[in-house]
Design a protein around this ligand. Structure first.
Ligand SMILES: [Zn+2]
Length: 379
């Protein structure tokens, strides 16, 4: 028994020493910094991030999969340039006390009928709600007007007599962003692909931005870290790394990557998408875990965890269009990894900062993925 255990230990390369979180921490810190403006179209935050990530790929020795590592992507996106709201003498706090949404989506007749507090001022609905909707660019005002302003019921003003609202939305129907793609050539053409989206929710005026440390600077850090680990030796399979834009606006980057694929998707042995990878005190969740072509991977993941107890739990979920694995999932075995539980900043929240990003489970989560793929874990 002892002998078997020893052999297993020696055969499990993922348990090599030396892995730490310093590389990931640096990437998360830089991507979630104010200089990236929440990585959307406002202040060209996405392009600043893309340039940074291209440099990282270069310094890791990745070769460009597309010209200069950038694959152009065009999509409809919005951001908020300014959003000052004052009623009477009270200045409202963006995000905390009010949020801005597409009137089409939220100021529907049903919605308005239900709302106890509401007021139409200059064509804009101000609606009182007990809980503000989750912030998301998908819910944004895709036409410059109309939009609506949700205000917490507890802050809803009695009178709108002295309303001054300076809300300036940036809406670009044909915004040019880019996916970033690099690779290491292996001994064979068969590929393993790692993906993560680097865009996030942008800004809410001058004073609020969405750092997106957990969502998804952490996933980008993990993908680059996987490249760093692989760079130490010549890989057997060709390894491809794709960082997508436009996920928050509806998987735009990954859809373009499939429609205009620079690789032969029939040669992809496995695709691992990582979206929200810090925290993890409750374990790992895998979407598209039950398909015929992905199930064997997850079975292996469970076997590894039964033996080594690297993560608190593994949850299997069916396929869902909730991240960038989805457009690939009809073409190749594509799985989406997300952590369960904290510590992390809240979802689509200005509190999703590097500081709130717990990486206690990071190394073991990486070991799980590498072990599942049968890859070395040397550094
Ligand atoms: Zn998100």
């Amino acid at each position: 028994m002892k002998k078997i255990l020893l052999i297993a230990l020696l055969c499990l390369p993922m348990l090599s020493q030396g892995q730490d979180t310093s590389f990931a921490r640096r990437i998360i810190r830089d991507l979630s910094s104010p200089a990236m403006y929440g990585r959307s179209c406002g202040h060209s935050g996405d392009s600043i991030a893309a340039e940074y990530l291209r440099n990282e790929m270069r310094s890791l020795g990745l070769r460009p999969l597309v010209e200069n590592y950038f694959q152009p992507v065009y999509y409809d996106v919005y951001d908020i340039d300014s959003c000052d709201l004052t009623i009477g003498k009270r200045q409202y706090k963006p995000y905390e006390e009010f949020r801005i949404y597409s009137a089409k989506r939220y100021a529907t007749e049903k919605h308005l009928k239900k709302a106890k507090k509401k007021k139409l001022v200059d064509g804009v609905w101000y609606i009182g709600v007990d809980k503000l909707h989750t912030y998301s660019p998908v819910a944004g005002p895709y036409e410059r007007n109309p939009y609506c302003v949700e205000i917490l019921n507890s802050c809803f003003p009695r009178s709108f007599k002295k309303l001054s609202a300076n809300i300036d939305l940036i809406h670009n129907t044909d915004y040019k962003s880019q996916n970033i793609m690099g690779f290491f050539r292996g001994e064979v053409d068969t590929m393993i692909v790692f993906t993560a989206h680097y865009d996030h929710c942008g800004t809410m005026g001058e004073h609020v931005y969405f750092p997106g440390a957990h969502d998804n600077a952490s996933g980008v850090a993990a993908v680059l870290d996987l490249a760093r680990i692989a760079s130490a030796s010549k890989p057997h399979y060709t390894l491809v790394y794709m960082l997508f834009c436009g996920e928050e606006s509806g998987l735009k980057g990954s859809k373009t990557a499939v429609e205009n694929s620079p690789i032969d998707l029939s040669k992809v042995k496995a695709l691992v998408n990582i979206d929200m990878f810090c925290g993890g005190e409750k374990g790992l969740m895998v979407f598209n875990a039950n398909a015929d072509d992905t199930k064997p991977y997850i079975d292996r993941l469970e076997t590894i965890n039964e033996k080594w107890e690297l993560v608190p739990a593994i949850k299997r979920r069916d396929n869902s269009p909730n991240s960038d694995h989805y457009p690939f999932s009809s073409q190749c075995p594509a799985m989406f990894f997300i952590t369960m539980g904290g510590p992390n900043g809240n979802y689509h929240d200005p509190a999703d900062t590097c500081k709130s990003c717990g990486l206690q489970y990071y190394v073991n989560n990486m070991r799980m993925i590498l072990g599942m793929l049968g890859m070395d874990f040397e550094q």
